[in-house]
Design a protein around this ligand. Structure first.
Ligand SMILES: NC(=O)c1ccc[n+]([C@@H]2O[C@H](COP(=O)([O-])OP(=O)(O)OC[C@H]3O[C@@H](n4cnc5c(N)ncnc54)[C@H](O)[C@@H]3O)[C@@H](O)[C@H]2O)c1
Length: 390
């Protein structure tokens, strides 16, 4: 087995997983809202197993303040320099999606494991380019899909996989959120190049990821998208019908136009309906399992035993990720495990913008929706005058 040497870029025999007998050295890339609100607290909760050694931001003021306020010893404004001088074991990427690919590739090349915020990157082509930098045994690049984590999704995934609830038949995936005009006043929002997409890519991707995680591979999608309220280049609402390989039929709604905000996944199986209703994170109390007539009450009661409550969160994902780093094991949301959700997003856009049914696996090199989620579609693709850069 070969991997790239961290110092020379030359092949060398696969190294042992990083951090044996010492703390994992972490670096935070991008020191804005999600880094401060979620990643740093998660990393610190894992001390002394993990130490936050460095941070990078294009804003010197932001990175200096972040480091000073949180006892992070090494602030940088240059990612390449940080990677070569600090040699982190892992990096968490908390920057806007337009730079996720280049930063993930740089970190993997430097030998660091990557936990990259959603949305992973603006196209399947870029996702594949990221994965091409991975080496067997690590380092790998995992995507932040924190709603797969936690005791609720773990318990329900097991019930579904074991067949306890019977065959999944009908399913719903709902991300109906509200974002006002002020939210879209930021010039990078609502644009393909800088935000990556509308609520399908930016907001609903979490629920769609949980949907696929519970139901397994999808096989076809028919979708619609609308730009109903906001002055944006992307959609502000999308809807889709999804067929799963297991035969189940599902609906998906992604909206930023919905005053009564909710995130929901509901699956009607032969023997029960299982449903989670939350907004930005779920715990055991947010799950409901309703048995079909005839299911023994004792059995239904056993389905409702979720065990110790572990909310879905960045901490839950960070813990799983660092366990994977130490074990030299591929994280669940890396590679195909992350790609399948981005592929559903790409297929939803292709179906909506071309008024066709899109099959799993059909968007690859040569397909206009492979390099860009808007696929160059008239009325949806940016015109030259609309393009902005980050
Ligand atoms: N998983 C979740 O629940 C969740 C929630 C919110 C945001 N996010 C995602 O996290 C990412 C960041 O969002 P945010 O709300 O923290 O944004 P933000 O604007 O608050 O922070 C981004 C930071 O990145 C810095 N930055 C920009 N370009 C950079 C570059 N090339 N190199 C280094 N630093 C750079 C900016 O200066 C800023 O400090 C986005 O992809 C967003 O979708 C995920």
């Amino acid at each position: 087995m070969f991997t790239l040497s961290r110092s020379s870029g030359l092949p060398e025999t696969a190294a042992a997983p990083p951090g044996a007998g010492r703390a994992l050295r972490a670096a935070v890339i991008g020191t804005g809202g999600i880094a401060r609100g979620a990643h740093l607290p998660a990393l610190r909760a894992l001390a002394p197993d993990v130490e936050v050694d460095a941070a990078v931001d294009v804003s010197e003021e932001s990175v200096r303040e972040f480091c000073a306020a949180n006892g992070v010893p090494h602030p940088y404004t240059d990612l390449a320099r940080m990677l070569s001088e600090r040699r982190p074991d892992l990096v968490v990427i908390c920057t806007p999606p337009a730079v996720h690919r280049e930063q993930t590739v740089a970190a993997l090349r430097a030998g660091a494991w990557v936990l990259c915020e959603k949305p992973p990157c603006p196209s399947l082509e870029e996702f594949d380019a990221m994965c091409a930098q991975e080496s067997e045994g690590g380092p790998y690049a995992a995507i932040v899909f924190q709603h797969r984590l936690g005791s609720g999704s773990r318990h329900v995934r097991r019930l579904l996989a074991d067949g306890a609830l019977g065959r999944p038949l009908v399913a719903h995936c709902q991300t109906t959120w509200y974002r006002d005009t002020a939210y879209f006043a930021a010039p990078w929002r609502g644009r393909w190049e800088t935000e990556g997409g509308g609520p399908t890519m930016g907001h609903g991707i979490h629920q769609m990821d949980l949907f696929l995680d519970l139901l397994g591979p999808w096989s076809e999608v028919k979708a619609m998208a609308g730009r109903l309220v906001h002055d944006v280049e992307t959609e502000d609402v999308s809807t889709a019908l999804v067929r799963f390989e297991n035969g189940a039929l599902g609906t998906v709604v992604n909206s930023v136009l919905s005053p009564d905000e909710v995130s929901r996944v509901r699956i009607d199986c032969e023997r029960a309906t299982v449903e989670v209703t939350h907004l930005y994170g779920h715990s055991n109390a947010d799950w409901r399992i309703t048995p079909a007539p005839g299911v023994p009450e004792e059995e239904a009661a056993s389905w409702r035993e979720f065990g110790d409550d572990e909310p879905s969160s960045h901490l839950a994902q960070m813990r799983a990720f660092t366990d994977d780093v130490r074990a030299g094991r591929r994280p669940d949301t890396s590679g195909e495990g992350g790609r399948t959700t981005l592929e559903l997003v790409a297929a939803l856009y292709k179906s909506a913008f071309t008024d066709t049914t899109v099959l799993a696996g059909e968007i690859g090199p040569g397909d206009p929706f492979y390099p860009a989620l808007h696929g160059g579609a008239p009325g949806w693709a940016p015109t030259k005058a609309q393009e902005v850069t980050v």
